[in-house]
Write a protein that binds this ligand. Structure first.
Ligand SMILES: Nc1nc2c(ncn2[C@@H]2O[C@H](COP(=O)(O)OP(=O)(O)OP(=O)(O)O)[C@@H](O)[C@H]2O)c(=O)[nH]1
Ligand SMILES: [Mg+2]
Length: 422
């Protein structure tokens, strides 16, 4: 007899084949030179208490926290209101948790030990994507120190040196065991990409990515003959493939902010550059948390709920005029996170639900929304929820159309489904 199982997550079962995915959590790393606003971006996204200051190396130990991506909740289609068990939902905009990491600032020469050196690079190993925060105020040098009066800094340098340091970081990892493993891999030629993946263990480098990179770089087949330049070419291509990067052009609220944002956007056409004001986002979220305004992260407007003093009004008006009304994506912070998760990493938001009623056994409506990797099938999702759901899978039911889906049916963003089991 068919048994309709409740969809809420049960205890983790470590034996399920697909359950492995659950442990492989997606992680977004915030990087950039000191004082660009990494911790401000982090705090605005997580509302965690972290140190923010105008001097370099304010952050030393990495900060881990929970930020959110914004998803149009499916509750509206069913004319109901959800009760999320994780994250929150405002006006049918669901905020689904994601892991964020803020690290110490990186300076030129970091890969050789300058500044805080390699330590923070190692903190970044587990990141799936980097958000490079660039300071578009252009008032600090490559070390994040304030410029002297009259000095001008070319903000493009920040993008260039950071790329260089990341490439050197990858190249150093490669070099550590290069000779030995390249020779070994020659004997078993087909195992070459496997050996690279092993060498980069912990950096989330996938074998498919190595294979793609090998096709792209067009280097001699015998890897052990590669010279330094060729190794660097390979390391750089591998870094780009395995750690995609978005540029958050921060501090666009400042005098030179817009100009510098445009300069970066024009020069680095290979990158997606999103104008950003982390400081404005932080102010809006804090005001919203204090009940002073209503603001939905990612919106281009807010409404005032309480009587405010002149200083507060003037600060909010400045944000409205210089940021929200000026830029397509408001403060840009939410847009950066959404783009990273949905456009770059191509994750999909999935709502488990029962086809007949949207509530779980406790009456909570649509309590869950999970972010799943691209290509997730109905069966993958069943295993993700619980091994027993996977093992006893019969079919999935689309909550919208009530149509049945088989094991291999690929899920789409904002699908809602019920898993039917034996
Ligand atoms: N005007 C403006 N200032 C900002 C913005 N974001 C951050 N700041 C300021 O920039 C300074 C540095 O901010 P942090 O967030 O500490 O920078 P960080 O990148 O974490 O710095 P380190 O931890 O030292 O690497 C602080 O004075 C912030 O208030 C922004 O969007 N606009
Ligand atoms: Mg910091």
């Amino acid at each position: 007899m068919e048994e309709i199982l409740q969809w809420q997550r049960k205890d983790k079962n470590k034996n399920g084949r697909k359950n492995i995915q659950r442990n492989k959590k997606m992680l977004i790393g915030l990087i950039g030179k000191p004082s660009v606003g990494k911790s401000t971006f982090f705090k605005a996204s997580t509302l965690a208490e972290v140190e923010i200051a105008s001097y370099p190396f304010t952050t030393i130990k990495p900060n881990h926290g929970v930020g959110y991506v914004r998803v149009e909740c499916i509750d509206k289609e069913f004319k109901t209101k959800c009760n999320p068990s994780h994250g929150f939902c405002i006006n049918n905009q669901r905020f689904v948790p994601i892991d964020l990491m803020d690290v110490a600032g990186l300076v030129p020469g970091a890969s050789e030990g300058k500044g805080l050196g390699n330590q923070f690079l190692d903190d970044l190993r587990g990141a799936d994507i980097f958000i490079h925060i660039v300071d578009c105020a252009g008032e600090t040098n490559a070390e994040g120190k304030m410029l002297e009066k009259g000095q001008i800094y070319d903000v493009c340098k920040d993008v260039e040196f950071l790329e260089e340091e990341l490439d050197k970081w990858f190249c150093n990892i490669l070099l550590k065991a290069w000779k030995a493993f390249a020779r070994k891999a020659e004997i078993e030629h087909s195992k070459f990409s496997e050996a690279v993946v092993k060498q980069f263990s912990g950096l989330k480098v996938k074998e498919e990515q190595v294979k793609d990179v090998l096709l792209k770089v067009n280097l001699p087949e015998q890897a052990s003959t590669w010279n330094e330049e060729q190794l660097m070419k390979f390391a750089s291509a591998l870094r780009k493939e395995s750690k995609p990067m978005i540029i958050a052009a921060n501090k666009v609220d400042t005098e030179n902010g817009e100009r510098n944002y445009k300069i970066i956007k024009d020069k680095f056409k290979d990158y997606l550059v999103i104008p950003c004001s982390a400081d404005s986002e932080l102010a809006l979220r804090q005001a919203s948390k204090a009940g002073l305004i209503e603001y939905i992260p990612g919106d281009k407007e807010f409404s005032i709920l309480k009587e405010l003093n002149e200083k507060q009004i003037s600060a909010l008006n400045k944000i409205k005029k210089d940021v929200l009304e000026k830029y397509e994506y408001g403060t840009g912070v939410q847009q950066v996170l959404n783009t990273a998760v949905f456009d770059f990493l191509k994750y999909i938001a999935i709502f488990p639900a029962s086809a007949n009623k949207l509530a779980d056994s406790k009456g909570n409506i649509l309590p869950d929304c999970f972010l799943m990797p691209p290509g997730t099938t109905a069966l993958d999702f069943a295993y993700y929820l619980h091994t027993d759901f996977g093992k006893n899978f019969i079919k999935a039911i689309d909550v919208r159309t009530k149509m049945a889906w088989g094991k291999e049916h690929k899920l789409k963003n904002r699908d809602g489904l019920e898993i039917i089991t034996r």
